[in-house]
Design a protein around this ligand. Structure first.
Ligand SMILES: Nc1ncnc2c1ncn2[C@@H]1O[C@H](COP(=O)(O)OP(=O)(O)OP(=O)(O)O)[C@@H](O)[C@H]1O
Ligand SMILES: [Mg+2]
Length: 396
């Protein structure tokens, strides 16, 4: 998207929350679905789970998906790819050849809504899919919320906002998933400025009073940065008294986690008590510091605070602007904090130029991409054992 377009605030289009898209390869299945789901907003296409994945990379405007896995050699590999691009609130049913109960159970455990073995009939669709897809009976949806990643700067200017923005963009680009960038600095927040957009409305009200935020909140508040990344931020007057509540924070995060595969949060430090749910729900909390005495001291305190809320395994120390002239030597940092989990070197003036141009640093300081890649890998789980990765995508 070019910058001229980006500078106009764009509200995401309202989604068709009832659309059901089916990818099946045989006429018998197509007829059974057409009849069994009659009256629904149905679109039946030729194809398999692979075609569904391709569609979801650019179009996630749907309520439910039916995908054929028959003939697919390794359905779990395809499911992993599907989970990476499918919004958590989309219901997914599969059609396949296996009649093994263990296979069925595995799929249910992953958060698949239903599995129907071929040949499928109108009755099977009526009995098993219709109630779950056309809302005639409640369905017990396992928790398939998106991953929360919190970015916290140990000292002012450590680069938290820069890393949050560019991590969100690179995460979306690499995984093809939907990513929300949530800026919880409601006053003086810098994400929107750095991206050259104006914040959408409603975030403060939603955070203060959960009763005021329904599912349309996202349609109103989220600004499209590109086809996969949205920004949710505010620009409240400095004299405004904010009354953010823990319930409001939980609610907003819950709504975002239903729609996006990842939620990257630019977290104010020290965190107000109302923001603690963000930390406790985070899968990754990045504590950023620069090689300065203040950074060292604050990073220790911040890691202790995060560990107390979320647990030790969630905290990652990121040394930013490493090697910057005048900074503390690496040995001093390692002695005080241990080996940093992630390191991004000082990338020079192009980073600051990007801020002043209102464009993401990734586009201006291209070396940043290389240093973000291992962080994206850590977050998206690429390289992990397949099954645990699947579980992480489908249900947290
Ligand atoms: N690795 C880097 N190399 C060079 N410059 C960087 C790097 N990371 C961030 N910067 C620059 O440092 C400045 C501060 O970054 P940023 O605003 O992201 O920090 P912050 O932690 O969000 O600050 P604040 O405490 O104000 O919220 C910006 O000009 C940014 O371009
Ligand atoms: Mg900032």
């Amino acid at each position: 998207m070019n910058m001229a377009v980006m500078s106009t605030p764009e509200v995401t289009s309202v989604v068709s929350r009832d659309r059901i898209v089916c990818f099946v390869n045989d006429e018998v299945s197509a007829v059974a679905l057409r009849k069994g789901l009659e009256g629904g907003n149905l679109s039946i296409r030729r194809g398999t789970i692979r075609n569904a994945i391709r569609m979801l990379e650019t179009d996630t405007n749907l309520f439910a998906l039916v995908a054929d896995i028959s003939g697919v050699d390794d359905p779990f590999t395809e499911l992993e790819r599907l989970a990476g691009v499918c919004p958590p609130d989309v219901r997914v049913a599969l059609i396949g050849d296996s009649r093994e109960i263990t296979f069925y159970r595995e799929l249910m455990e992953l958060g698949i809504t239903e599995y129907l073995p071929r040949p499928i009939t109108r009755e099977m669709v009526m009995d098993q899919l219709r109630p779950k897809f056309l809302g005639e009976a409640p369905t017990s949806q396992p928790d398939r919320g998106g991953h929360v990643i919190s970015i916290c700067g140990a000292q002012g200017g450590a680069g938290a906002t820069s890393i949050a923005i560019n991590l969100a963009l690179q995460l979306a680009e690499t995984t093809k998933a939907k990513v929300a960038l949530l800026d919880l600095h409601l006053q003086n927040g810098e994400t929107a400025v750095m991206l050259g957009v104006r914040p959408g409305p409603g975030l403060r009200i939603a955070l203060e009073n959960p009763m005021r935020a329904d599912t349309l909140f996202i349609e109103r508040a989220a600004i499209d940065i590109n086809e996969r990344v949205c920004l949710i931020s505010a620009d409240e007057e400095l004299h405004t008294q904010l009354n953010i509540t823990e319930a409001g924070v939980r609610h907003v995060l819950g709504l975002l986690r239903q729609r996006f595969n990842y939620v990257v949060v630019d977290v104010p430090v020290p965190f107000p008590p109302s923001i603690r749910p963000v930390i406790s729900l985070s899968r990754h909390v990045l504590v950023l510091l620069e090689a300065e005495v203040t950074g060292l001291r604050n990073a220790r305190a911040l890691r202790t605070a995060v560990t107390a809320i979320a647990g030790q395994d969630r905290v990652h120390t990121l040394l930013n602007r490493a090697g910057r002239a005048g900074g503390l030597p690496m040995a001093t940092i390692v002695k005080a904090l241990g080996e940093p989990d992630m390191v991004i070197p000082d990338l020079g003036k192009r980073m600051t130029e990007a801020v002043n141009l209102g464009i993401p640093a990734l586009k201006h300081a291209k070396r940043l991409r290389k240093y973000l890649a291992p962080i994206v890998r850590e977050i998206s789980g690429i390289g992990d054992e397949q099954k645990s990765r699947l579980r992480r995508f489908f249900r947290l």
